[in-house]
Design a protein around this ligand. Structure first.
Ligand SMILES: Nc1nc2c(c(=O)[nH]1)N[C@H]1C(S)=C(S)[C@@H](COP(=O)(O)O)O[C@H]1N2
Ligand SMILES: [Mo]
Length: 335
């Protein structure tokens, strides 16, 4: 075992099995084995046991999930050197302003979020607009575990094992029209459930957006879980977007509406402070925030390592997968 003093002094690189709460780690390993063996049905069965949603598991056809090995290898080794951030930190150090602006607020307050029933309305420039309930969303595509880096625009980062499917699977299902150029994501805004809405930091509801080709990129994910568990409320239950090459605020939580549009959507942070938060907001160490550098970041959980900062990677390290989306674009202008 590694002592916390050794770790504080930066003498060792912790292993996932050292820093992950043991019960969670083992539960996750068991879950992953079932995923590899049995497919999406098994994943949902495990969730159902924790979430009293047994009827969902019963209606999902198993056997669609690729073997765990191929799920992992689809990440092209991008994360080989990163250790997952401890579960405890992923679920207690959050940005979810609908529940308050302090990092500890969402974990303390988000219990008031009611995640069932839940419906996502898919609208706008699509041939097949639809309203999908949570059961339909969970079954929409095979679940995969993906371990992604997440870089907040504030200068910190984490590594999170998500569970979900590629947004592209949903997009194909609703058949965008030729006019669809962007996708707008809207978060729940209910003052009865969300005490943070009383503060006017943002113009609620929280709205984010992507270009259609960004939303179609296989890395763009709709997540329903993390660390092998149903998504905690503070992390955006019951479903949230994950766009790992962009600053974290592009990944909206607790999504209720997805709208396909011809024009670039007005997004909350861009409306609040356009000079500071661009529509694209790709992670870019060469384009600084007006008030701080983006060249380096603090990995949450590394605090003991004498406050060492690590270099921020272009597109958060996903340049091979997404760089071509921005060929020929001036990324300092389209920040
Ligand atoms: N609805 C909503 N989504 C949100 C936010 C928010 O305040 N409200 N914060 C964003 C920011 S700034 C970040 S860094 C991530 C944090 O996700 P996490 O708490 O799950 O790590 O969520 C993003 N999604
Ligand atoms: Mo963020």
């Amino acid at each position: 075992m590694i002592s916390s003093r050794e770790r504080r002094l930066g003498l060792v690189h912790p292993q996932a099995s050292d820093i992950t709460p043991r019960a969670v780690f083992e539960q996750r390993r068991a879950l992953m084995q079932r995923m590899a063996a049995g497919g999406a049905g098994a994943v949902l069965a495990s969730w159902a046991a924790r979430d009293a949603r047994a009827q969902v598991a019963a209606t999902v056809a198993p056997g669609q999930l690729p073997a765990l090995k191929s799920v992992r290898s689809s990440l092209a080794g991008a994360l080989a050197s990163d250790t997952a951030t401890p579960h405890k930190l992923v679920t207690t150090y959050n940005n979810y302003y609908e529940f308050g602006t302090e990092k500890a607020d969402p974990a303390r307050r988000a219990h008031t979020l009611k995640t069932e029933p839940w419906t996502v309305s898919i609208e706008g420039e699509v041939r097949k607009p639809m309203k999908l309930d949570l059961d339909a969303l969970l079954k929409l595509a095979p679940m995969e575990e993906r371990i992604y880096r997440m870089r907040c625009v504030e200068g910190w980062s984490m590594v999170i094992p998500w569970i979900g499917w590629s947004m592209a699977d949903l997009i194909r299902k609703v058949e965008p029209t030729g006019n669809a150029k962007f996708v707008e994501f809207t978060t729940l805004a209910d003052p009865a459930q969300m005490p943070g809405l009383r503060s006017r930091v943002l113009d609620w509801p929280y709205v984010e957006g992507l270009r259609l080709d960004e939303a179609m990129n296989p890395l763009t994910m709709m997540a329903f879980g993390l660390y092998g568990e149903v998504l905690p409320k503070q992390n955006g239950a019951p479903l949230r977007l994950v766009v790992p090459w962009k600053y974290g605020f592009k990944s909206g939580k607790s999504i209720v509406r997805i709208r396909f549009t011809e024009k670039q959507p007005a997004t909350s942070w861009n409306v609040a402070a356009a000079r500071e938060y661009g529509f694209y907001s790709n992670v870019n160490p060469k384009v600084d925030h007006p008030r701080w550098s983006q060249a380096t970041e603090r990995r949450i959980g590394d605090d003991g390592l004498l406050q060492r900062r690590r270099p921020t990677l272009m597109f958060n390290g996903y340049e091979a997968q997404v760089g071509q989306l921005y060929a020929g674009m001036d990324l300092a202008k389209f920040y």
